[in-house]
Design a protein around this ligand. Sequence first.
Ligand SMILES: CCCCCCCC/C=C\CCCCCCCC(=O)N[C@@H](CO)[C@H](O)/C=C/CCCCCCCCCCCCC
Ligand SMILES: [Ca+2]
Ligand SMILES: [Zn+2]
Length: 253
Amino acid sequence: MPSIFSYQSAEVDWCEGNFERSTVIAEYYNTISNVSFFVLSPALLYLNRQYRQHRALPMYVVSGLLFCVGIFSMYFHMTLSYVGQLLDELSILWTLAVAYSFWYPRVYFPRKHFFWLSGVTTVISTLMSFIKPAFNAYVLNCIAFHLLYLTWCELKKVHRMAAVMVLWWVLAISSWISDRWLCGLWQAINFPYFHSFWHVLIAMSLLYCCPLVIYFDVSYEMPSFKPKLEYWPSDSWPVVVPYVTLEEPHKQC
Ligand SMILES: CCCCCCCC/C=C\CCCCCCCC(=O)N[C@@H](CO)[C@H](O)/C=C/CCCCCCCCCCCCC
Ligand SMILES: [Ca+2]
Ligand SMILES: [Zn+2]
């Protein structure tokens, strides 16, 4: 019986051919495309530095976890081992759980009830990862639909950023699904790289999702500040990265 650490012991195998470009890396492009997460984490910390000064713990913890998602996903695609698959899924699950518990708006749910609900859901989903990790990946993707619903509720306030985030996510999830479901087609045309695109595209959508979350956290939870959306490198560029700065409303004497 193969060890849970051994190469190709995972339940799933992505469309990209194994060991085609290296003898030690099973899926070469799926492995290196995780570099996106190593760029994403410092970019979020750097761009939203003003917010980070006030909310250091959530920002460092979630950025650190996103970095771990990148490391574990790299390990998974490099080995396609069962342990790699578990680490990949559990790191996503716990990043989502931690982000939800830091930032879920109190207006939608009393915080105490929310901690119980998210705690129980996370523990159940963690156990599911050990029983049926391939199914769990679909459940994790459903969380994006919940974020989509929340975005819809708040859309008017941050129209442009929300629209671009949704666009990146639609491209990302289409790549993930087409790699899972249409692998035969992509292999026939010798282009089995959609899961690598997924890594880059989901990191792009998170680059837009995070300032959105920060924007609402400042609006709801930091009444002494007013959030302002800025765009890097400049508002006039065709492709921009959003970030949040904090304005102190003028005090009246
Ligand atoms: C201030 C910041 C707050 C925002 C925090 C958001 C936290 C997001 C946490 C994790 C998302 C990482 C997803 C990347 C996965 C990369 C690894 C990977 O590819 N794994 C696959 C196997 O290799 C696995 O099959 C993937 C499973 C699906 C995971 C789906 C996660 C949902 C992501 C939600 C993103 C929201 C974007 C906007 C939605 C409208
Ligand atoms: Ca493969
Ligand atoms: Zn992956």
